[in-house]
Design a protein around this ligand. Sequence first.
Ligand code: GRF
Length: 312
Amino acid sequence: MPKSRVGVLISGRGSNMAALLYASRAEDCPYEVVLVAANDPDAPGLALAAAEGVPTFARAHQGLKRAEFDAIIDAELTRAGCDHVALAGYMRLLSPEFVAKWQGRMVNIHPSLLPAHKGLHVHEAVLAAGETVSGCSVHLVTPELDDGPVLGQTRVVVLPGDTPDTLAARILIAEHQLYPRVLAALVQSRTSPDALLARVRQLALALPEAEEKLSHGSLGFFVRGGKFFAYFSYDHHHDGVTGLLVKASGVEEQAQLIENDPGLYYRPAYLGPSGWIGIRLDTGDNDWQHIEDWLTRSWRASAPKRMAMLPF
Ligand code: GRF
């Protein structure tokens, strides 16, 4: 399985970038850092990344409109072949276009237990409020600042006598451990067969009277009293592919689909001649609505007539 390619955006010290980078050096880490980019050419983290042999890019944002600057960064991420972006102390608000482009594939780390204490001056606010526990959060980036779904958190105790600096320093230790772990889990959830099967199973079994059972070594989904409507195919006969097999209308449609999008569709062994179509799930960029639509369509084609007409 190729490693996910991560671009890290920084504005300063870059200690979280370093934590992501050094974690990626473990053989079983599912991502690699392929670019470190900064909106400040003097960001100290750039020198470390360069010394570690990671390609870097820097451009001062002054004088450029937000969307213009983000387009420059986006072009660099794309050039480097990034499939995920990690913000690590990146002190820039992002344009809606940039956020939309990387939605679900861009994460940020924030030194509080979100949703508490978004924005700046977090540790001061925690201490002023007399809180006894703080921590850090990794979240998906959405248009609102520090607001996307939280993927992981670590709690850090507030000690009597803590200052913003001493609290920040302890939370930073937690950040360095949390970030690589959460990023690894995120990139893995996009390609690991277990995670993909869990998602397919959830969608398939949500259809009326759907059940699952093993069939010729693959997990199949069928309609009670009806036929199979989908199979989860994992490295079937060592083809190295994780995919979903569903019913197309016949071999003509199957050929058409493959011709139009050969990166997504394929002709499955055995079921191919009967007009089934394979949809790759291991591209790292699944459109789950599209997959749900195919499952529904295939379910309708397989359910007993009285059920296939049901609206749902
Ligand atoms: C970290 O505390 C991070 O949570 C916040 O900015 C700081 C960046 O530090 N978003 P570094 O540049 O990673 O050392």
